[in-house]
Design a protein around this ligand. Structure first.
Ligand SMILES: [Cu+2]
Length: 257
């Protein structure tokens, strides 16, 4: 905890140091014509400070004390032949909604603090489809729905986790129509004009989630140590779960099959 509160301070310290140095060096450059000696030290200092700042930014000290989970989710067999273009869509089989080709969302369940400033994400409408077709978000996230097609879309949902209707709107609509997702659960997006359009938003009471790759592999970093439940959402009727014991600085391997 001590380290995590220090990290932003260190970062801004290095950044401030970098700006100050940069200002000094440009003044010297401007006033000296033979400024080799003047150049060298500030450039080295800038490089050192930039790399220090990068290290601090990439590895906030608080992350070093956190856990990682990686592994693989056994995905259902694809309903169609392997696609070369990796065009994902939402399909329904016997009332079950899933992505095609299959993908899973892996997330850590627990009681985590709500984000101080609500995140904003986007699902665009392009070529009469929702992109991405599946979006996991943390509870409280605002999702914007920009229309990039040269036609109207009319997005709505009847899902218990969020019932809404944005009505018909054109690409130039401003502000971009958006919805805040404030209840956990799966939200099915549809369009009143284009019957085939389907999208899914998985609203999670957790900031720790990731979509697997096409082979079901995943890696979740920066997790808080402790006992938690790791879940793998596969389709609207299937979510696997495993109790996990996350330890500081350690990587746990978990496979869902
Ligand atoms: Cu539409």
């Amino acid at each position: 905890m001590l380290f995590s509160t220090q990290a932003p301070f260190l970062s801004s310290f290095y950044f401030e140091g970098f700006s100050r140095n940069y200002r000094i060096s440009s003044t010297r450059d401007a006033t000296s014509l033979n400024g080799v000696g003047y150049h060298l030290i500030p450039i080295i200092t800038i490089r050192r400070l930039v790399s220090l700042n990068t290290v601090v930014a990439l590895f906030p000290i608080s992350v070093l004390g956190q856990a990682t989970v990686e592994g693989r989710v056994e995905l259902p067999k694809s309903h169609s032949a392997p696609v070369m273009s990796k065009h994902y869509e939402i399909v329904t089989h016997g009332g079950v909604l899933s992505t095609q080709p299959p993908l899973a969302v892996v997330y850590l369940e627990g009681s985590f603090p709500k984000p101080t400033s609500p995140p904003t994400r986007q699902i665009i409408q392009q070529d009469l489809a929702f992109v991405p077709p599946l979006l996991p978000v943390q509870l409280g996230t605002r999702v914007e729905f920009p229309n990039l097609d040269d036609t109207y879309h009319s997005i709505f949902s009847y899902s218990p986790a969020k019932r809404f209707d944005l009505g018909r709107y054109r690409p130039e609509e401003r502000p971009i129509p958006s919805v805040v997702f404030d209840k956990p659960g799966l939200v099915t997006l549809r369009c009143d004009i284009h019957e085939h359009m389907r999208g899914l938003i998985l609203v999670l009471n957790s900031p720790y989630f990731v979509i697997t790759d096409a082979e079901g592999r995943f890696r979740l970093k920066g997790l808080p140590p402790g006992h938690c439940t790791l879940k793998a959402w596969i389709d609207s009727k299937t979510t696997h779960e495993r109790p996990v014991d996350l330890k500081k600085g350690e990587t746990l391997h978990v496979d869902f099959r």
